[in-house]
Structures are given as structure tokens and as C-alpha cells.
Design a protein around this ligand. Structure first.
Ligand SMILES: [Zn+2]
Ligand SMILES: [Zn+2]
Ligand SMILES: [Zn+2]
Length: 171
């Protein structure tokens, strides 16, 4: 059962990436940007990943795959992807911005541990409804959101410090 789910997820992710890529290509063409392989590799890297990457992490991952790209191109591409609504920017409480894919991904909340950086994504219809109401009450209609809440893991280690760092690092 588990294997089946995973296979399905892989297929879905692949399809999601393919669609995001065609939107990216069409948007670049429309706005007069050159559609380069480098730019497409940045998009693919983000859509292959389930984590929240920062620009440097993306740069390092691409370098490890022997893709020749400059840091500046990574930053510039991320700006483009954000402009075309293909990535969300997330503040994990670090000094830099993190990015995640947004095409085909529902609105969600990130609960972030202040001690170990563990991030859990929560999709909640209830939260959607609350935000929808709040927007309406203030004369808006709800668009998309990607929220952050800073918290502390409930499970603590011997020294009173969060002991889930090991789990967090797997993500
Ligand atoms: Zn970071
Ligand atoms: Zn923690
Ligand atoms: Zn997320």
C-alpha cells in the first residue's frame, strides 16, 4: 500500500513539474526572457524537492550535479519563478529566504521549531475558512498563502533541548 502511494506521488510530482515547466517557458516567452537551460534546471531542482531550499542550497545541489550555473543566475531565476507564481518565499527564521514550489501545492501552514529547525507542513480546511472570513471582513478575497508559525518541539532531550534535530536533517 505504502509503495503504491509512493509511486503515485512520484508520478504526480513528475506531472506537476512538467506543467510548472511549461508555464515557466510560456511566461518567459511572453515577458521576453530567454528560456535558458540554467533557468529550467533551477525550476526542476525545486519541483523535485519536497523541502524548503534557500538559493545557496539550490546552487550547491546544481554544482554537485555538474551543472554550470552562477549564483547570480540562481537568484535571478528564483525572482522570475516568484514573479510567475511558481515558487513561494518562506521565512524560516534564518537570515535568508527559503523557497518552495507552489504550482499544484495547496495553501499551507509551516510549523517551525525554533530549536532544531524541524518544519512540518499542515494543510487545514479550518484555517482556510478562518483566513477566508478574515479577508472578507476586511474587504479582500483570499488569494494564496504560505504561513509560518514558530514553535518548539514537545519532545525534549536530556538537556531540555529539542532532540529532534536528527529527524529534521532527513528532510
Ligand atoms: Zn536556511
Ligand atoms: Zn525541535
Ligand atoms: Zn511548505
Amino acid at each position: 500500500m505504502l509503495t503504491q502511494n509512493r509511486k503515485k506521488n512520484t508520478r504526480e510530482r513528475h506531472e506537476q513539474a512538467r506543467q510548472a515547466e511549461s508555464i515557466f517557458k510560456a511566461s518567459m516567452k511572453e515577458e521576453g526572457y530567454r528560456c535558458t537551460q540554467e533557468r529550467l534546471t533551477v525550476l526542476r531542482e525545486i519541483y523535485e524537492s519536497d523541502s524548503h531550499l534557500d538559493a545557496d542550497e539550490i546552487f550547491v545541489r546544481l554544482k554537485k550535479k555538474n551543472i554550470s550555473i552562477s549564483r547570480a543566475t540562481v537568484y535571478h531565476t528564483l525572482d522570475l519563478l516568484f514573479k510567475f507564481h511558481l515558487v513561494n518565499k518562506i521565512d524560516l527564521g534564518h537570515k535568508h529566504t527559503h523557497y518552495e514550489k507552489s504550482y499544484g501545492v495547496g495553501n499551507h501552514l509551516h510549523i517551525i521549531c525554533e530549536q532544531c529547525d524541524r518544519v512540518v507542513e499542515v494543510h487545514s480546511d479550518e484555517l482556510n475558512r478562518i483566513l477566508d472570513t478574515l479577508c472578507e471582513q476586511n474587504g479582500f478575497s483570499l488569494g494564496s498563502f504560505s504561513l509560518q508559525v514558530f514553535a518548539k518541539c514537545q519532545s525534549e532531550g536530556k538537556k531540555g533541548k529539542c532532540n529532534l534535530k536528527a529527524i529534521a536533517e532527513k528532510h
